[in-house]
Design a protein around this ligand. Structure first.
Ligand code: ZN
Length: 549
């Protein structure tokens, strides 16, 4: 999951609104007058930039405080802490929102606009003023009381979900989800006028995208993907028994963390803990944490979710230190973020080259399970394509169908075509239509993902598929620049790939819009071409598909 479900939930990402406090308003600056005065104006622009950085740092710090509370809530907090934590998170979010919508901040940004326009467009300062304005203008539309209510509700709903899911108890979650839907609709309402109610929710996660642009993207991808899924699922399912068995927890955690560190996750600035639903969270440039979950009967869960979260974390750790504590100091969008988790998890971590290096170590770790298992058998097992009711268990080929289904169901709820009470049935019907199977219960149906029970409804899922598409596009661009990358991976070396990603993506943080960043890094706008070529190449070989499939 991108950042934490919470950290990037709209409740905390949207900075708050609210004013009341009296801060002396900086005077608007106009660069005019005799040279001596102009000099004074320039100096004062520096002073005001300094004040802006200070105010944004405070907002960033309050955000990090909220993230620490959220991380603790999802890892070590005893269940009895839920009500108090919900209140504490809500308080911090409200205070942060108050700072973010302080009219004095707005005046300060106004007063810096002319100065920013005189700087090179791509300079850190010019970008900072631009992004601060964008964030401020969004934040002031959202009332502080919504932020507080939404946070409090998010904590209560998450707490209930951690018990309701194992108990297969949708009835308990229904009123929570109805309130979440109402809060999401209310949030979208702050951004009227819009074409579609999901547009503001999507734009918050993936700037520049809309309901219409995603529907087109998904329709195009679906057209290409469905024949591939059909061709593969018509064949015998790959044998993945070698991944089932008994794998003690501690060695799994140690191996997963070792792999993450080899890829480039800096453990002096990170750590790994256990949770219900894995996530990555950033407290600052020096502390980017990941979480995972472990199943002793299934080797893949902890390993691949750790590599996935390490992908998110390497992105955050790679942001230029100069951007830390500003709105530029973090990954740019859900889709670009997810492209990094997917790139490391799938394109690298599920490649044959990667396991040429790491499989012998895994065999030594679990000799009983892997003695006599060929690399090829293991490679086929970790890339098994099978229609599954669970999104997080889904393979690379069917995964996007899970995302498209959630996107459509969210839209149906937001636009009033689907009532929350009818969600379990709608879920089953859509699973049947898309994947030809039904979940045995709601636990593996509409209760399976944390998103709706923690963050909100709308805007939370499209980033996964955008990420899949971009993961292949970025990787192809990196290999084009450095054709030796695949053979380095086979030798357990990742520096060239990690370096290319740092230079072309990570260090920029949120300086550029997602569209700009993609074009700068790959030389073209987002395109499905490399992703389809990747799927056809890899799965064509694994399943001997005809070239046209
Ligand atoms: Zn993710």
């Amino acid at each position: 999951m991108k950042k934490t479900a919470r950290k990037k939930s709209r409740a905390t990402k949207v900075k708050g609104r609210q004013p009341k406090r009296r801060v002396p308003a900086p005077k608007a600056t106009k660069a005019k007058g005799p040279p001596a005065k102009r000099k004074a104006v320039r100096r004062s622009a520096e002073d005001r930039l300094q004040e802006l950085r200070q105010r944004l740092l405070e907002i960033s710090d309050l955000g990090a405080v909220g993230s620490v509370l959220g991380w603790d809530e999802a890892t070590y907090m005893p269940t009895g802490g839920s009500a108090g934590r919900g209140r504490q998170s809500a308080t911090v979010s409200r205070i942060r929102h108050e700072r973010a919508i302080d009219p004095a901040l707005g005046r300060l940004i106004d007063s810096l606009t002319r100065h920013a326009e005189s700087l090179p467009t791509d300079s850190d300062d010019a970008t900072l003023v631009r992004v601060a304005r964008r964030d401020y203008e969004k934040a002031i539309r959202v009332p502080a009381d919504w932020v507080e209510r939404s946070n409090k509700h998010g904590s209560a709903s998450y707490d209930a979900w951690t018990r309701a899911r194992p108990a297969d108890d949708f009835a308990t979650m229904r009123p929570y989800l109805e309130k979440t839907l109402a809060l999401s609709r209310e949030y979208a309402g702050f951004f009227k006028p819009y074409d579609r109610i999901a547009d503001p929710l999507i734009d918050m996660a993936d700037e520049g995208m809309t309901t219409a642009s995603i529907q087109k993207l998904f329709a195009d991808l679906r057209r290409e993907l469905v024949p591939i899924v059909r061709a593969i699922t018509a064949q015998p399912i790959a044998d993945d028994r070698c991944l089932r068995g008994t794998f003690r927890e501690q060695p799994q955690l140690a191996f997963s963390l070792d792999v993450a560190a080899r890829l480039g996750y800096d453990l002096d600035r990170g750590r790994l803990d256990k949770t219900h639903h894995p996530f990555c969270t950033r407290f600052g440039a020096g502390d980017v944490r990941i979480t995972t979950r472990v199943r002793e009967d299934d080797l893949g869960d902890a390993l691949f979710s750790t590599v996935h979260e390490a992908g998110h974390a390497m992105y955050e750790q790679g942001v230029a230190a100069a951007l830390d504590g500003t709105p530029l100091g973090g990954g740019v969008s859900a889709g670009v973020h997810e492209s990094q988790s997917r790139l490391w998890e799938n394109v690298v971590g599920r490649s044959r080259a990667f396991w040429e290096h790491f499989f012998p170590a895994l065999q030594r770790l679990y000799p009983d399970q892997f003695q006599g298992v060929a690399l090829d058998t293991f490679y086929r097992a970790i890339n098994k394509v099978e229609r599954s009711p669970i999104r997080t268990d889904a393979d690379e080929v069917t995964y996007n169908l899970h995302v498209m289904m959630r996107f459509d169901l969210e839209l149906d709820m937001l636009e009033g075509r689907l009532a929350v009470k009818d969600l379990p049935d709608a879920w089953r019907a859509r699973m049947q239509a898309d994947l030809g199977l039904e979940p045995a219960d709601d636990r593996d149906g509409c209760l399976q993902d944390v998103h709706w029970y923690y963050g909100g409804i709308g805007g939370g899922f499209q980033g996964y598929t955008i990420g899949n598409i971009l993961s292949a596009q970025f990787y192809a661009a990196a290999v084009k620049a450095s054709p030796g990358i695949p053979s380095e991976i086979a030798a357990g070396e990742f520096k060239t790939l990690h370096g290319w990603l740092t230079n072309n993506l990570y260090r920029h943080g949120s300086k550029f819009t997602p569209d700009d960043l993609i074009e700068r890094a790959t030389g073209e706008p987002m395109t499905m071409r490399p992703y389809l070529a990747y799927l056809r190449g890899k799965y064509g070989e694994l399943y001997s598909l005809p070239a046209a499939a």
